[in-house]
Design a binder for this molecule. Structure first.
Ligand code: BTN
Length: 261
């Protein structure tokens, strides 16, 4: 029988150095982001993971809600990176999601800049990075990852993009403990690669479905239209406008809409 009981899952054999050495599981939480942030402020060890069986007030980017019923994966990872590595966390997390989905299900997924993960153009995972920065120093960073695992995407009312789930794609449930194990192992591998100056940016850039497409990007009050031309090492998007000028949009709080393809 497929083992999908998160409350009974053990994450003792991850073989990681720090991510997932401490895992705090809660059957239900308002949001793993809030719990992780308060644990980080109390000095939780780097790599502490907060997992919720379901979230009652899941947070998405741009102050949106993230619907997080039972059957999904909802977790947050606490890190204490140097300032230089903050932009790379989006890349690490997106690649870890794509890699773990591929390893556990065989499904191929793509990254929509800056950090939505799609299967066949439909959103299967969302990533939220929050950090506490004081005087140019990072107090903590929290990587929040939500994956529509074993749930019907049709039940996710109110989502901004067309959604899918792993079980919808596969026609059967996946093992969420196995998916989480792969996700944590991949996150640590990529984070260490990032800190060692390895090819994280290049992998992330090559996994983006956004480049070459005509897009509309909303960032604060500004709306940019143009062709998504490239991404910079700090994660920002370079967008070529119709008049030939180049706009550089930081990967912070933005929404991106394809106008073509
Ligand atoms: C987005 O696509 O807008 C980001 C969604 C991030 C959702 C995850 S689920 C785990 C963590 N806890 C939250 O409340 N949000 C993130």
């Amino acid at each position: 029988m497929l083992e999908d009981d998160l409350s009974a899952a053990s994450f003792d054999e991850l073989g990681t150095q720090f991510i997932g050495r401490r895992v705090n599981y809660f059957p239900s939480l308002p949001s793993t982001m809030e719990t992780a942030r308060s644990q980080a402020r109390q000095g939780a060890p780097q790599g502490t993971v907060v997992i919720a069986g379901e979230q009652t007030a899941g947070k998405g980017r741009m102050k949106r809600a993230w619907l997080s019923p039972a059957g999904g994966v909802a977790l947050s990872i606490i890190l204490y990176p140097d300032m230089d590595y903050l932009p790379g966390l989006i890349m690490v997390a997106s690649l870890a999601v794509v890699g773990s989905i591929r390893e556990v299900t065989g499904l191929s997924s793509q990254v929509k800049w800056p950090n939505d993960v799609l299967i066949g153009g439909k959103k299967v995972s969302g990533i939220l990075i929050e950090s506490g920065v004081r005087g140019g120093t990072v107090d903590y960073a929290v990587i929040g990852i939500g994956i529509n695992a074993n749930l019907r995407a049709a039940d996710l009312a109110d989502v901004s993009l067309p959604a899918t789930s792993l079980s919808d794609e596969l026609g059967k449930n996946v093992s969420r403990p196995e998916l989480i194990v792969r996700l944590l192992v991949e996150t640590e591998r990529l984070y260490r690669l990032l800190k060692a100056g390895g090819r994280v940016y290049e992998q992330w850039r090559d996994s983006l479905v956004t480049l070459g497409k005509e897009v509309s990007v909303t960032s604060g009050d500004a709306v940019y239209h143009g062709i998504a031309e490239s991404v910079a090492r700090d994660g920002s998007l370079r967008l070529r406008r119709e008049d030939g000028s180049l706009a550089t949009i930081s990967a912070g709080d933005v929404t991106l809409r394809y106008l073509t393809g």
